[in-house]
Design a protein. Structure first.
Length: 574
């Protein structure tokens, strides 16, 4: 599949050490084009950490394609499908959707399994060259023989098998003559190496498991550290960019390439470079932990808006532009660090400020009866969709009548001196409407306030000709015309800034009990009755919201994308 999509609008380009390396390679003539790849394993859904890698790899191709338009610069999407027990086309489809949604299009869709035959051929070559052998130790024995960080390993008793015996065993492994774990193929590294990865690393293992791409053709599968460099080299990748946890794998990456390049005649000699992965506080960025949340029904699926998965962020209402801006603001560094969730939320607010029209919604309604307003009168008041600092035009009509709803939090029975909302005897301005004064309070038998009685001043509509100073302005909706809706208020997944170390399941104790609050009695202005799934709005004074896929005619459901300010930081100050 060739790229035909135009480049997404992204923040201003930034210099980083990866681009410096590429610039030097081009200047020195080591490469005449830039070919990158994004190589996810299809065993789960992508999260925002992967978004950083997507933006980097596809962004590099876009940047250098502009500079070298005739060079063939490109970025591939390649699925690292070497573990059939965990992989599925469901995840492949989801990954493709995520990449497209973020605004990128790949220049070729590949699978590591496309090269299984070549990888097997290369493995036989390594055996013939005395560089690999079939080992019959168990997994536990291999671990024991490998030694420790402070003690060198011991050679496997099967290390000195003859080339002929190794080839025979390896071919029989392919034919399915042995059980899982009975043999493995290992490279002849250095059992005393300071890099544990180089102590006779595994290249192949037996897995009698059907593969979602190749079916039952194979019962042996290459390890990631063997398949990845070969896939890069076959595809002509020039710069293989990965995160820092693969830094120790680089030596093995080079070993595989260097021991095959003359035989295989690869079109390029790729090099691996590592950058800091994205760590975000108040959430989890581990596929294993995300899987536990989904399978344990702690969330509603991979697209649950509480999760940092791209599918979850998309359903929550985040925009691709805001995520790209966030990744650009984080930058590309060599040292790992943790980014504050507030930085991501700032990027979301900054983007939505220019995109989300303003409307009124009452989350926790309290009825107000305006006693001196005519019983049957309905006024259609002009309300702007955009504030003065957003250069857009547009408005709608909002109905106003004798009974309206306001927020329960906008009334206080015994307010402090600096309280500027509704209270007995206090006056406020209703947004786009009149000034009203609270004259009476109606309570139920338990003493709970259930209704307010107010009067309005008909001279205060719109501009204030009398110059009256009213400090408080609150939002409202007409009781007669209000649209009923369910609102889902999402917040941070974890209460703790970092998930607890130790056993994986312990992080479940840190789940924020208020990460999802569902309000079912909300009242929206009538213009929102026609909102379509995916429409975003700013509910004035409440935050940014999106119409969820659960919305149906007569039953609107909105997700809160983000609050208007970083209320979390204020609420959780120590």
């Amino acid at each position: 599949m060739n790229s035909s999509a135009s480049a997404p609008a992204t923040p201003a380009k930034q210099n980083d050490f990866i681009r410096d390396i590429i610039d030097e390679d081009l200047k020195a003539g080591r490469h005449s084009k830039v070919i990158t790849r994004f190589p996810p394993e299809p065993n789960g859904f992508l999260h925002i950490g992967h978004a950083k890698s997507i933006c980097l790899n596809f962004g590099l191709a876009l940047d250098y394609r502009e500079r070298l338009p005739e060079s063939g610069t490109r970025c591939h999407l390649r699925f690292d499908d070497t573990d059939p027990a965990k992989e599925d086309t469901l995840f492949e489809d989801g990954i493709q959707e995520d990449v497209r949604w973020l605004g990128f299009q790949w220049d070729g869709l590949y699978h590591a399994s496309d090269y299984f035959e070549k990888m097997y051929e290369y493995a036989e070559h390594l055996i013939t060259a005395g560089k690999a052998y079939v080992c019959s130790l168990t997994d536990a024995e291999i671990k024991q023989y490998r030694g420790t960080v402070t003690n060198p390993g011991q050679a496997s008793p099967y290390r000195d098998r003859s080339v002929e015996e190794n080839l025979d065993l390896f071919r029989r492994m392919r034919k399915g003559e042995f059980k899982d774990g009975e043999h493995v193929l290992r490279a002849k590294g250095d059992m005393a190496s300071a890099n544990m990865k180089m102590r006779d690393p595994l290249l192949y293992r037996i897995r009698h498991t059907e593969h979602h791409m190749t079916g039952d053709k194979w019962c042996i599968y290459p390890m990631y550290d063997y398949a990845h460099p070969i896939s890069d080299a076959i595809e002509g990748i020039t710069h293989s960019i990965c995160t820092l946890e693969f830094e120790n794998n680089r030596e093995l990456y080079d070993w595989v390439i260097d021991n095959l390049i003359e035989y295989a005649k690869f079109p390029s000699r790729p090099r691996q470079y590592e950058f800091a992965r994205l760590n975000l506080n108040y959430t989890v960025m581990s596929k294993r932990r995300l899987l536990e949340l989904v399978q344990g029904n702690h969330v509603r699926g991979w697209d649950d808006p509480r999760l940092p998965t791209i599918a979850g962020l998309r359903r929550r209402g985040y925009t691709p532009e805001s995520i790209r801006a966030f990744c650009a603001s984080v930058g590309v560094a060599k040292a790992n660090s943790t980014v504050d969730m507030a930085q991501l939320e700032f990027c979301v607010r900054d983007d939505l400020n220019q995109k989300a029209p303003r409307v009124m919604a009452v989350l926790n309604p309290l009825k107000v009866v305006i006693e001196n307003y005519p019983d049957d009168k309905v006024e259609e008041l002009e309300a702007a969709y955009w504030p003065h600092d957003v250069p857009k035009e547009g408005s709608r009509k909002v109905p106003f009548c004798k009974e309206i709803y306001v927020e329960q939090d906008d009334f206080m029975q015994d307010p402090p001196k600096d309280y500027y909302r509704l209270a007995p005897g206090k006056e406020v301005r209703l947004r786009y409407s009149y000034c009203v004064t609270c004259t009476d309070v109606v309570k139920d038998e338990t003493g709970e306030v259930i209704e307010l009685r107010c009067t309005y001043d008909p001279k205060t509509l719109g501009a204030n000709p009398e110059g009256r100073k009213v400090k408080g302005t609150i939002h409202w909706v007409s009781a007669k015309h209000a649209v009923d809706a369910e609102l889902r208020l999402y917040d941070r997944l974890l209460s703790d800034e970092a998930p607890p170390a130790g056993k994986d399941s312990e992080f479940l104790n840190a789940i924020n009990p208020n990460a999802l609050q569902v309000l079912t009695a909300c009242k929206l202005e009538p213009s929102l009755a026609s909102a379509q799934v995916g429409d975003r709005f700013q509910f004035e004074r409440q935050g940014y919201f999106i119409a969820d896929i659960d919305s149906k005619p007569g039953n609107q459901v909105f997700n809160r994308i983000v609050t208007l300010k970083d209320s979390w930081a204020r609420a959780h100050k120590k």
